[in-house]
Write a protein that binds this ligand. Structure first.
Ligand code: ATP
Length: 239
């Protein structure tokens, strides 16, 4: 039902300066689910996430969060309403410690009061970060930096956590660790929207998934339906 939909994207058109990238994207994210967008390089996945978060100019269409049209409000107000993105490439402050980076995430009003409590939660999810709390973020391994980036996103107490390619550049065993944690977050009540390069793994953990091509959604279904779809197998799973 509509009540189960936490985030709805309607007819999104967006791009950069004179290049249009999105040509009418529609998708729904149900509460307490993990939804994934897959697609080839350049299909427009990251652009979709940026448009959802209010990071692009000249976006048309609607972004509806809990029934409220948030398409015209700035990014930080979307964060206040619980919509939080962990970008690809991490964007940590390299000269600041792990702890300082994490604390920076707790800027929304509703997150500030719970900051130390949330920090303990993040340390439970990522014990490695507790061990390295006073190390400069710029000296961490790629996997550890990814953990800080997700942890910082969690510090703002999101309702919907948007992750752009969290597995990028990670060793295979670390990819599995990160995916386990993403599933755990869902079990703890978060709703997750994920863009993932690793189509097999992405679909395996998804409740629902969308396939994007040339700035449009061309296919959708449960993770399992798409994994078994002959077109997906041929185009994205190399089978
Ligand atoms: P990838 O998996 O390679 O990250 P993607 O599906 O996330 O791909 P986008 O990053 O959304 O794709 O890029 C879609 C298109 O928009 C590409 O053709 C890209 O070159 C273009 N694009 C992305 N960022 C910019 C930018 N800042 N300025 C101009 N064009 C851009």
């Amino acid at each position: 039902s509509e009540k189960d939909t936490v985030l709805e994207i309607i007819d999104l058109h967006a791009g950069y300066d004179d290049v249009q990238v999105l040509w009418g994207v529609n998708l729904k994210v149900k509460r307490h689910t993990l939804t994934t967008i897959i697609g080839a390089n350049g299909a427009g996945k990251t652009t979709t996430l940026k448009a959802i978060c209010g990071l692009l100019k000249n976006v048309t269409g609607k972004v509806v969060l809990n029934g409220e049209d948030i398409s015209r409000i700035p990014t930080h107000e979307r964060v206040d309403k619980g919509l939080v993105m962990v970008p690809e490439g991490r964007w940590l402050f390299p000269e600041m410690t792990v702890l300082e980076n994490l604390r920076m995430g707790a800027y929304p009003k509703h997150a500030r009061d719970k900051r130390e409590e949330t920090l303990e939660w993040v340390y439970t999810l990522f014990p490695r970060l507790k061990e390295r709390a006073n190390q400069k973020a710029g000296t961490l391994s790629g996997g550890e930096q990814q953990m800080v980036a997700i942890g910082r996103g969690l510090m703002s107490r999101p309702e919907v956590l948007i992750l752009d390619e969290p597995s990028l550049g990670l060793a295979p065993n670390l990819v599995l660790d990160i995916f386990k944690i993403i599933q755990e977050l869902k079990e703890e009540g978060l709703t997750v929207l994920l863009v993932e390069q690793n189509v097999h793994l992405g679909l395996a953990i998804s409740d629902y998934a969308y396939v994007m091509e040339h700035g449009k959604i061309v296919m959708e279904g449960t993770g399992q339906e798409l994994e078994n779809d002959p077109k997906v197998k041929e185009a994205y799973l190399g089978i």
